[in-house]
Design a protein around this ligand. Structure first.
Ligand code: SF4
Length: 382
């Protein structure tokens, strides 16, 4: 069983960028902090986000020669090639290579990332001796801040000294606003807001100065300013320290066997939809079985009761689902019958226990079809 193979250990430090996620589901963050490899492949967009972050970091370290266009383009290509090499060695990720084909707006993201990198590089230009130029003390890129006991800490992307005071900025490769259409002004993602407010409190501890402004900087468009007050920042930091203490007590209780692992989990459609530990999370599957009226991720777990390999290179199957109350079968259409795309599908047969993750539901026909994120795991892998 996969869950039993996942290691659990106390969380040494909570990063402001993960604090909200940790409150949402402690189990996912504890498994991640313990160094467990994800059980599902990260999306190509997440991989590209890492590339963008590395590009901005290189720009911030003054490695892009004042933002020269050819230098930035070369660095982008090098980073993408490296990422694709990493992906190509994984049986469940090689179909996502090249990223330019698996991400529909790859080109838009590339152009925006390179433009932002040029701005950062111009800020971080090196001096005549070749060293990255330093601004006033405690300003610049990648500034480390932490609480006195080190339990909350992380790097601030950029600290600048403006005429009216210190400004903290954090670069984001995705949208900084909540998705969906709603009346009124757009709402900033809570996790990003709390991240910056925690940075403000930690910066004050390090330097004795409260920032005058906190900014989220998307790849495209203007920075979004996050309003905060000092009392709120202090309170949030106190809460984060207390949360980590309580979380580690709960983790320790699980490790000595006086609390169940599932009590660390908070399964919900929102928490679980991007979680890469779904195959190993009993709490997730249990919650799905108890309430199938909410929009859980389109995953199917069960036993193959019919399977047809079509002449067009596709596979259709009918799966008798486990743990579902009012629908006992799922039909999955058009899985690619190819050893590179789905290595485990080659050994699947009628009677195999199977998990299929990342499907696309068709609400009219009540069946599922493949997406670029679809991943198959057979029973002996669970
Ligand atoms: S699947 Fe859901 S409940 Fe389980 S660890 Fe992931 S986020 Fe938490």
């Amino acid at each position: 069983m996969i869950q039993e193979k996942l290691i659990l250990s106390p969380v040494r430090r909570v990063s402001p960028s993960r604090y909200t996620a940790m409150r949402n589901c402690l189990l996912r963050e504890a498994w991640t902090a313990a160094g467990n490899e994800p059980l599902l492949p990260p999306s190509p967009v997440a991989e590209l986000g890492t590339v963008i972050h590395e590009l901005l970091e290189a720009a911030g370290k003054g490695n892009l020669e004042n933002g020269a266009d050819d230098k930035i383009q070369r660095m982008w290509l090098d980073l993408v090639v490296l990422a694709e090499k990493r992906m190509a060695v994984s049986a469940v990720r090689r179909h996502q290579v090249p990223l330019s084909r698996s991400i529909p707006d790859y080109e838009v993201r590339r152009i925006r990332a390179c433009r932002r990198a040029a701005e950062v590089a111009a800020f971080a230009v090196r001096d005549h001796g070749g060293k990255a130029r330093h601004g006033p003390e405690h300003t610049g890129l990648e500034i480390w801040v932490e609480s006195p006991n080190g339990q909350v800490g992380g790097y601030i992307d950029l600290v600048t000294k403006k005429r009216d005071g210190i400004v903290l900025s954090d670069y984001k490769s995705g949208s900084v606003m909540l998705p969906g259409k709603r009346a009124g002004p757009e709402i900033v993602r809570q996790a990003y807001k709390e991240q910056l407010i925690l940075y403000a409190a930690l910066y004050q501890i390090k330097c004795g100065v409260w920032p005058v402004r906190l900014e989220l900087v998307p790849l495209h468009g203007v920075a979004v300013v996050i309003a905060y007050d000092e009392g709120e920042a202090r309170r949030l930091l106190t809460e984060a320290v207390a949360f980590l203490r309580d979380a580690n007590q709960r983790i320790a209780d699980v490790m000595i066997g006086c609390r169940k692992l599932t009590t660390l989990a908070s399964p919900s459609p929102d928490n679980c939809k991007h979680c890469l530990f779904r195959p190993g999370c009993h709490a997730y599957w249990e919650a799905r079985s108890q309430n199938d009226r909410v929009p859980w991720p389109a995953d199917v777990r069960g036993v193959i009761c019919e399977m047809t390999r079509l002449r067009n290179g596709k596979v259709c199957m009918r799966v008798a689902m486990e743990q579902v109350t009012d629908q006992s079968f799922a039909s999955i259409r058009s899985l690619t019958n190819n050893g590179i795309r789905h290595p485990l599908l080659q050994t699947a047969h009628q009677g195999s226990k199977i998990d299929v993750y990342g499907l696309m539901p068709n609400y009219r026909s009540k069946d599922y079809s493949e997406t670029r994120d679809t991943t198959i795991i057979l029973k002996h892998e669970r």
